[in-house]
Structures are given as structure tokens and as C-alpha cells.
Design a protein. Structure first.
Length: 156
């Protein structure tokens, strides 16, 4: 069972204003941004800032491997190369965002159940931040001796 941080809100721990990409961002640009930022994932938003999904390193690697295999087949058959894939074709849209007022305890339970590594934080559907497992580990370390309410006997 998850440790509950009943008095801490997601907005207090999140990384605000994360770098986001559009659904039409080419994979080559996604790879560059992931490397430049030293991050494992990027949120995808529309032109209004509405959260659409998430692109992570794993999705990029899977797509690059698929593209490499397809290139080999095309080369053997001397066919033309397709256009480069875009973020919309590899993003995961099943990672539902949380609102900024969600408690960290509720988020911890969700992360544990869904095995998510990053969760977008929204306000009225617009992306305002992201929260990662690393952010939560930092909170645990920062809290040091502060009282933590637990819903069970699970170790930290």
C-alpha cells in the first residue's frame, strides 16, 4: 500500500512548465530534445497547450527499430522511403493527467497501480507541469523527519 502525503499537493512537487512537443513533431526532433534535455519523456500538447499524450524513450526506440527493419525491406525491393514518423504516431495517450490540487498520496497510489514513470499535471485540460518518480523520491528525502501518514505497513 502507498504512503499517503495528505498535506502535500502535486503542484508543490511538480516540475512546472515542462518542455512539450506538438503532435506533428518529427521523431528526429524528439530524439534531439530528449538528448538535449536529458529527459526520458516529453508531453505532447496541441497549439492551445491541451495535453494529448506522452512520448518516451521506449516508444522512440521501438519505432526506430521498426523503421530500420522497414528500410531493410525497402532496400531489398528498391522501394521509395516513407515520410518520417511524428509524435502523434508513437505517443501514449492512456496516461491520464492529474489536476494540480491532487494530493501526493493519491498520486502515489496511482503510480504504484499503473507503473507510470511520469504523470502530466493539468489545469482545465492544459498542461502546467509534470511529476516524475524522481520528484517523489526527492520529496521523501526532503521530508526527512517530517511525519508521514501510512495506509499500511509498506516500507518506504
Amino acid at each position: 500500500e502507498a504512503i499517503l502525503f495528505t498535506g502535500t499537493l502535486v503542484e508543490e512537487v511538480m516540475t512546472p512548465a515542462p518542455v512539450a512537443i506538438g503532435p506533428d513533431t518529427p521523431i528526429s526532433e524528439i530524439v534531439r530534445r530528449l538528448a538535449d534535455l536529458g529527459t526520458k519523456s516529453l508531453p505532447v500538447t496541441d497549439s492551445e497547450g491541451t495535453y494529448l499524450g506522452l512520448v518516451d524513450q521506449e516508444a522512440v526506440m521501438v519505432r526506430l527499430a521498426q523503421d530500420l527493419a522497414a528500410q531493410r525491406r525497402r532496400f531489398a525491393g528498391l522501394r521509395a522511403s516513407p515520410t518520417e514518423a511524428e509524435a502523434a504516431s508513437i505517443m501514449v495517450s492512456g496516461i491520464a493527467p492529474v489536476e494540480r490540487g491532487t494530493t501526493v498520496g493519491a498520486l502515489l497510489e496511482r503510480l504504484a497501480m499503473r507503473r507510470a514513470r511520469v504523470v502530466p499535471v493539468t489545469e482545465a485540460g492544459r498542461l502546467i507541469g509534470i511529476i516524475t518518480r524522481t520528484d517523489l523520491i526527492r520529496l521523501l528525502l526532503d521530508r526527512g523527519g517530517a511525519p508521514i501518514e501510512s495506509s499500511g505497513d509498506a516500507p518506504i
